[in-house]
Write a protein that binds this ligand. Structure first.
Ligand code: ATP
Ligand code: MG
Length: 581
């Protein structure tokens, strides 16, 4: 039952996680074997020690020999233990890092559509909570199980060597140890899955509240958020309580089995000594070996539920790793080269959800070096056009071409290299100003960075910051004003220096000075590039070479500002409601 259900996960753990570090794991296992061997040797020494010293058959030689042997053996055991523990801990840390990196690499490559359907908090929960759950048993595996397993096996061998019948009596109840685990196995399975999902929810709720802390404060919703987290924690508590109830069933039951074994050995072994069929030394030694063997046997027995939790978490991690992006390079993808900026949308249709058209049979041509503006009511499909050009999604029908080449037939890297995108929501990283600007071109010189910042009208405020270009901007640029954030993102786009520029203007209004600074920056950025702008600003629209008016996923009017003012209907409406003061 157990193994069958998790067989493939187990095989993958061994193959993909343990095998790459097999040398370290093998050395650790060898050291564990050495430690186990010294353990059983210590048990073996008890017989001569007891019989020779207590019962006075000692010669001068054995008086020295045994204590010296004990010192040598324990010294060896100490050294082996130290190296085994250091090696195991560092191997576990290494494996942990590798699997985290692999999972993160998968996440960051997911399609945008998959990111839309998940959340960063859920992914972080997998990166932290599920990998921790998974590592629990792997840690045990490389740091404890083998030690315990070998110790148990060696000690049982010593026992069998001393007295086979007594050994069988001692271990008669052992197979029964599987029973308690079989009882709780189903429940642990169910609760562990629930637990990981609840942990995910907890991360999502905490992340939601903290991310929106400004809004939360402004509407005095702190208590509401605390309540939300509390409910999530209550759910977590209920599951943990259930897990505690079932996962602790095996251990007391095993304890009882051990009691039965011990009693049987005492009874039978005692009678052997009393009838003169065994020496007290051999009985002591046997009994000591039995006591020493129970502890590792118990640990191995308790591994069942640990391993189960590990396999459930590992299953979730592997699922997440296995999800591959659908938007990838075609088999014979070529590099997109010599881009001037001729773009065409040929009968492009696109749906985010089946049956709901976000773009409906859109066709238009863009000439290199010109400036095109998209306007229209919210939800009309303007941002979608840019997402499709960047291949965040693939078109549902029709084709998008750059220099006559279908963008699905060129490499993703070369496509995105040729496009600078300044999005509707500015994205800055929790890095310094400089690192944020050079994000699009890691090998930029300081001079290039400063030039870009100057062009973006950002240099002045940057040098007034406490550490200039080395000042941190905070999470998503929280330490900057809205206009400053936008100018940094413009500087980033200037530095990237691509022939095609996509500008999805922020809808949030800025003060007139900031607005005019940004306008100046954008004008410089647009120079000599093919620019597609989603415009909310009057000035951007008036100067555009062509304006596309979008409504419900269609282009309903197009022309220059003057043409549209003359013959357009929707544009005139928009113009009067949105842009006229
Ligand atoms: N990730 C998504 N999943 C599902 N539907 C989406 C998604 N993104 C956008 N949509 C839907 O697609 C339609 C077009 O959205 P789009 O973002 O292109 O509008 P827009 O013209 O840019 O609007 P705005 O001016 O408000 O930015 C809308 O109806 C929107 O609800
Ligand atoms: Mg938009």
């Amino acid at each position: 039952m157990f193994i069958a259900e998790y067989k493939s996960t187990l095989i993958r753990i061994v193959k993909e996680i343990i095998m790459p570090s097999w040398v370290r794991v093998a050395v650790a296992i060898f050291l564990m074997m050495l430690i186990a061997a010294t353990n059983s040797f210590q048990a073996l020494l008890i017989q001569p020690a007891v019989d020779n010293t207590l019962f006075n058959t000692a010669t001068d030689n054995t008086l020295y020999q045994i204590p010296i042997m004990i010192i040598v053996v324990t010294l060896m055991k100490g050294i082996a233990m130290y190296y085994q523990q250091v090696l195991s801990a560092s191997t576990a840390a290494m494996i942990n890092n590798q699997i985290r990196l692999r999972l993160y690499s998968s996440f960051i490559r997911y399609d945008i559509a998959d990111h839309n359907n998940s959340s960063s908090a859920k992914m972080i929960s997998l990166l932290v909570n599920d990998i921790n759950g998974m590592m629990g048993a792997i840690n045990l595996l490389i740091s404890g199980v083998f030690k315990n397993l070998f110790s148990a096996v060696f000690l049982i061998a010593v026992m069998a060597y001393m007295n086979l019948k007594l050994t069988l009596i001692a271990l008669i109840a052992l197979p029964l140890a599987i029973v308690p685990f079989a009882i709780v196995y189903r429940k642990i399975n169910k609760y562990t899955k629930q637990n990981q999902e609840q942990l995910e929810m907890f991360t999502v709720v905490a992340d939601d509240g903290l991310r929106a802390v400004r809004l939360v404060k402004s509407i005095n919703a702190e208590n509401y958020e605390i309540g939300r987290l509390q409910r999530s924690l209550n759910g977590l508590y209920r599951i943990m309580w259930r897990i505690a109830r079932v996962s602790n069933i095996p251990s007391p039951l095993n304890e009882t089995l051990i009691g039965v074994g011990t009693a049987a050995v005492l009874f039978y072994g005692g009678s052997l000594v009393m009838s003169g069929n065994a020496t007290p030394g051999s009985f002591f030694a046997f009994f000591a070996a039995l006591m020493m063997a129970y502890k590792p046997l118990k640990s191995v027995g308790g591994l069942g539920s640990q391993l189960q939790i590990c396999l459930i978490c590992a299953g979730r991690v592997f699922n997440a790793i296995d999800k591959k992006p659908k938007i990838t390079d075609a088999e014979n993808a070529k590099k997109l080269e010599n881009v001037k900026g001729n773009i065409s949308f040929d009968n492009v249709g696109f749906s985010y959800r089946e049956g709901v058209k976000a773009l409906d049979d859109i066709s238009f041509n863009v000439e290199a070096g010109k400036h095109y503006a998209f306007v229209g009511h919210s939800g009309g499909g303007k941002s979608t056009i840019m997402s499709l050009l960047l291949r965040f999604y693939d078109v549902t029908s029709g084709a998008i071409k750059i220099e006559g080449q279908d963008i699905r037939s060129v490499t993703l890297q070369s496509l995105r290299d040729n496009i600078s995108y300044v999005g509707q929501d500015v994205q800055l990283f929790d890095l310094t100003v400089k690192e944020n600007i050079l994000y699009a071109k890691q090998n930029a010189t300081d001079e290039e960075i400063i030039d870009a910042a100057k062009m973006a009208e950002a240099h002045e405020f940057i040098i007034q910051m406490p550490n200039g270009y080395a000042s941190p901007v905070g999470q998503n640029g929280q330490k900057l004003s809205g206009g400053q954030r936008q100018r940094i993102s413009i500087a980033r786009a200037i530095l990237k220096n691509s022939p095609i520029l996509l500008l999805d203007e922020a809808t949030s209004a800025l003060d007139p000075i900031s607005e005019s600074l940004i306008q100046k920056a954008l004008t410089k950025l647009m120079e000599g590039r093919t620019t597609l702008t989603i415009a909310h600003r009057l000035s951007t629209v008036i100067k555009a070479d062509r304006i596309f008016v979008m409504q419900s996923g269609k282009i309903v009017e197009h022309g220059t500002h003057n043409e549209l003012m003359e013959k357009g209907t929707l544009y005139k409406d928009l113009y009067s409601t949105q842009f006229q003061e």
